[in-house]
Design a protein around this ligand. Sequence first.
Ligand code: CMP
Length: 138
Amino acid sequence: MSNRTFTMIKPDAVKAGNIGNILQMINAAGFRIVAMKYTRLTMDQAGKFYEVHKERPFYGELCEFMSSGPIVAAILEKDNAVADFRTLIGATNPAQAEEGTIRKKYATSIGENAVHGSDSDENAAIESSFFFNGLEQF
Ligand code: CMP
């Protein structure tokens, strides 16, 4: 089991001024920041990042949204990082997210859901290398 996961603070949460609050929750839950970047995806880059969802009806909307403003991308480290981070962020749909999770607090809809978290060790590695090279990880 790997101990790293990848996250993005999405454009809705950045726009709402919640970067600090979300990073505070991530730190309080015991994750160490390995890499971090404030950046903005182009439509093409968002399409590539979310390529696995290409056939889904919400793909266009997802890419539009993810390229609509700046994001914070980060690699996080902790024992059992992928599963523990998904617990911390809560369900994809904030209406189903547990009390005290990041999405329950800061997400507004299934599309604009404040944060991304990798769903497997394999995807955590792929997604991390999409944003960061080896010299940017500490
Ligand atoms: P994320 O964890 O970033 O992974 C894929 C994203 O697709 C997901 O969060 C949601 O933001 C988005 N998504 C999933 N289902 C829907 C949906 N039904 N409508 C719009 N966006 C969705």
